[in-house]
Ligand binder design. Structure first.
Ligand code: REL
Length: 866
């Protein structure tokens, strides 16, 4: 028979996993350690009591400092019920003073400096730095001062919002209804000076793909994307310590739609940019509105120059000017577009910039975005002047495409990253819910930071909601990437959860935030269908995981005090509920198909269940829209069921199901119609029952190595919870040079035991990292078994475009799977060796296939030893 003709294949078992328990212990110890941020708030009643003070601010300060002081006044009032006076001079009537100001403008601060009551050297001349300090007897008649000093206007504001955060006003208090913690008094610890400043210069968000959800909402609540809307957005950005935005541009134009938008930007100190394909501060839609003719510099240069000149004249505020040119409306320029033409466009644009500003172009911050095909122009040699920031871009799916080489000559304008949490385009839009797990954002943005990308970090956040958690993380990480390590993500998430919901359930909530994003990242909800998981068993496992998560999310919802519930629904329960429901719906479509094909009578009940789950999807949306008296109406109106190609369907459409005529059904042979809701994972799934199962091969999570060999200053490090199933592993420093496998080379070893000998294959699963060094061979790894000669394999050199071909598969499946063949000549212990060649390679899983591996989407679940 065919079976007998198959070569003998080794049966394999795995050895113990030495790291499982150590890593658990480590996680526990980390969770117990105290917060990284210097805490200013105390319960010590002899400390500085905020409500006994006035807020002083010099009338000469910039609008932003006044805005910050007013918000501080409001925050204190929200917490304590007491409204502090804001005063313009400090005198003996004010015993206690909260002095908010900048080194440049505050008369009181200057007085303190000259009287040697305070030393501001630590922040002087810095970008956005702040210093917070209490001083007793700072001046005649004043008992105590709490100084919040900024090296500039945003520095002062960040100092204020750091305090607010610490005394219990979440940056999300308005945007996610996070309740403000009430207290009678806020005491500020004395004797500690805290200084802080960002590591990344411009940190911001792009409101994009804003229809239908955010557009309908902003229309209903504010009358559109006007200054009332933007004031809310700017306040949020400031509280999150960001400073930069690309405003909404789907049929919207920030400068043209409301002349007060620019004033709001200034009052909140937010730097405005226009997106990557909107040069010289003009929204794309304005060209359409103006009827400017062809968007073509060869045939229509005069009109374009005038259009851009007007844009520059109007944008008198703080800004970063996008330069360069793409095709009309985010399309590539024609193939024939010559680099020479683009260089001329840039030169002409800079001419306009200097003409309008009356200064050399280099004095206005500019960026050139290497988005999609524009990167090819760069790769073919096109350059822009050194003062322009090169905005490197991800592939729209959170995977960086290019980074400066380590040791590359620094550029004056430096580098930035444009990243995505939300996208409209292929292989499919993802705009509905948050599908961005922190570990991958961390890993990619850390890579960027370590490669000296420090000038701009901007992320496409779609409708803002429901990206609250990853937005917080992106901006916190941008503030200081050196403060958050891969191991700190659990702690970060717990602190974030505690800041929104209090300490009691913070750890559980953090786990849920991590879990739902991880599950969603396996495949974006818009890409799911009944065929996503090739086997019903895998489907069932996935749905069971979702439903267990939901069970937990609902239990916490029950236990949480009522005032947290609106926020909890938006931030935690809704995505879990909606995605558990969606996955289960597709699972039942798969069950229906299978039962129908077998003519099992259960087919009809499965079909009914699909209908019920489909309906439930809209009920869950409705629940969101009704929250807090309809405050968030429309925000979940993004269609997400019924996709037929990359673009979203106009309307949702239930997946097709089939009914059997009553008389044609036969009884099902095995299994029963059973809802997987609330089911526990069957014990067997984590036990050893696939031990020697040819169909499943042997599956090893990457972090469960037997031995990690560090060498040449390079160390292996686990990226906890990174990846589609378990954790992942990579090396640090990420800028290390290429390594050659050899006796003293960094590698991971995985011991396995076989009962026989023969040929087998190894599938290696990687995070979909792209060829960011742009090298001929892409990123490589090497693999061998025992003393075999290591095989050198490229992860990603086939990817040439990052918007078609094999890349579609990598992006959609969020994995790159590589394959190698091996032979062993005797049974017994064998060692799989995974060799480092290039850093940046992130290994998630190894699967050994002995000939009969059944198809799965996530790979077989891990094989465990007895
Ligand atoms: O995600 C992106 O960067 C682009 O698809 C968008 O920036 C693009 O401008 C689109 O919204 C419309 O033009």
């Amino acid at each position: 028979s065919q079976r007998e003709s198959i070569k003998p294949t080794p049966n394999v078992i795995r050895t113990k996993q030495p790291h499982r328990y150590t890593s658990l212990l480590l996680a526990f110890l980390l969770a117990c350690s105290t917060a990284g941020r210097a805490q200013r708030i105390t319960t010590d009643k002899s400390a500085f009591a905020m409500t006994t003070a006035v807020i002083y601010i010099d009338p000469a300060e910039a609008e932003l400092v006044k805005t910050a002081a007013t918000l501080l006044q409001r925050d204190i009032e929200q917490v304590t019920g007491r409204k502090l006076p804001i005063v313009a001079t400090v005198d003996q009537f004010h015993k206690n003073v909260i002095a908010v100001g900048t080194i440049q403008q505050s008369a009181f601060l200057k007085q303190l400096v000259s009287g040697r009551k305070i030393n501001l050297k630590a922040i002087e001349g810095q970008w956005e730095a702040s210093l917070i300090q209490t001083i007793s007897n700072p001046a005649k008649g004043i008992t105590n001062a709490l100084v919040v000093a900024g090296s500039d206007r945003r520095g002062a504001a960040y100092g204020v919002f750091e305090l607010s955060r610490q005394f219990g006003v979440s940056p999300w208090y308005w945007w996610a209804d996070v309740p403000v913690e009430k207290r009678n008094e806020i005491y500020i610890r004395s004797g500690v000076t805290v200084t802080d400043a960002p590591k990344v210069k411009y940190r911001g968000i792009f409101i994009n793909d804003e229809a239908p959800a955010l557009s309908s909402w902003s229309r209903e609540k504010f009358g559109g994307f006007n200054h009332k809307f933007y004031e809310k957005v700017f306040e949020l950005i400031l509280r999150l310590k960001g400073n930069y935005i690309w405003p909404a541009m789907w049929g919207n134009a920030f400068y043209a739609d409301d002349s007060l938008n620019i004033k709001a930007a200034d009052a909140y100190g937010i730097v405005i940019g226009t997106s990557h394909h909107e040069p010289l501060m003009r929204a794309h839609d304005e060209w359409r509105r103006a009827g400017g003719g062809p968007w073509n510099y060869e045939t229509n240069p005069e009109k374009l120059r005038q259009f851009w000149r007007d844009g520059m004249k109007r944008a008198s505020n703080e800004k970063i000017v996008s330069i360069g040119m793409r095709g009309d409306g985010d399309a590539p320029m024609s193939r024939e577009t010559a680099t020479a033409l683009l260089e001329r466009i840039v030169a002409d644009q800079r001419g306009i910039i200097s003409e309008v500003t009356g200064k050399p172009a280099a004095e206005t911050p500019q960026l050139w975005a290497l988005y999609k095909e524009v990167q090819d122009y760069y790769d073919k040699g096109m350059r822009v002047p050194d003062d322009v920031t090169l905005l490197l871009c991800d592939d729209n799916w959170g995977n960086l495409r290019k980074l400066p080489r380590p040791g590359e000559k620094p550029r004056k304008g430096g580098y930035g990253i444009y990243y995505h949490f939300d996208y409209v385009g292929g292989p499919r839009n993802y705009k509905w819910l948050n599908t961005n797990p922190l570990p991958r954002i961390w890993e990619q943005m850390n890579l960027a930071y370590q490669h000296n990308v420090k000038d701009i970090w901007i992320v496409n956040v779609g409708d803002i909601k429901p990206m609250e958690f990853p937005i917080s993380f992106f901006l916190d990480f941008a503030w200081n990437p050196e403060k958050i390590d891969a191991d700190d993500l659990t702690r970060y998430s717990e602190q974030w959860a505690a800041a929104q919901f209090g300490q009691q359930y913070a750890a559980d909530i953090a786990t849920m935030l991590a879990r739902y994003a991880k599950y969603n990242a396996r495949r974006k909800p818009e890409l799911l269908d009944a065929n996503t998981y090739p086997g019903l068993e895998e489907w069932k496992t996935v749905v069971t995981e979702w439903n267990m998560l939901l069970e937990k999310a609902e239990a916490i919802n029950k236990a949480l005090p009522t005032h947290y519930k609106d926020a909890y629904f938006q931030l935690v329960l809704h995505p879990v509920k909606a995605c558990a429901n969606l996955n289960e719906m597709y699972y039942y479509v798969a069950l229906n198909k299978n039962a129908y094909a077998h003519k099992w009578q259960e087919a009809n009940a499965y079909a009914d269940r699909v209908k019920a789950l489909y309906k439930n999807d809209s009920l869950i949306t409705q629940q969101y829209h009704q929250l807090n008296n309809g405050k968030w109406n429309h925000l979940m109106s993004q269609t997400h069921i019924g996709y037929t190609y990359w673009q979203q369907p106009e309307r949702q459409k239930m997946p097709a199901v089939s009914y059997l005529p009553a008389d044609s059904a036969v009884a099902k042979k095995e299994g029963v119609f059973q809802a997987v809701r609330r089911a526990k994972i069957p014990a067997g799934l984590t036990g050893n029952r696939f031990y020697q199962d040819e169909k499943r091969g042997v599956s090893i999570e990457a972090d469960h190595y037997t031995k990690a060999i560090n060498a040449n200053g390079i160390s292996w490090k686990i990226l906890p919870d990174h990846g589609r199933t378990g954790s992942a592993i990579t090396v640090f420093p990420v800028t290390a040079g290429e390594q050659t496998p050899g006796e003293n080379a960094p590698r991971l070893q995985y011991d396995v035991y076989t009962y026989s000998e023969g040929a087998f294959s190894i599938y290696a699963y990687f995070s979909p990292t792209l060829n960011f060094p742009g090298s001929e061979n892409g990123l490589q790894y090497a693999i061998s078994v025992d003393d075999e000669r290591p095989q050198l394999i490229s992860l990603n050199k086939e990817d040439k475009t990052s918007d078609r071909g094999i890349w579609n598969k990598w992006a959609a499946e969020n994995i790159i799977i590589k394959f190698s063949k091996h032979t062993i000549t005797s049974p017994g212990k064998h060692t799989v060796k995974f060799w480092l060649v290039n850093p940046g390679v992130v290994l998630q899983k190894l699967v050994l296939d002995f000939g009969g591996l059944e198809p799965t989407y996530l790979g077989p679940s891990e094989t465990l030893e007895n």
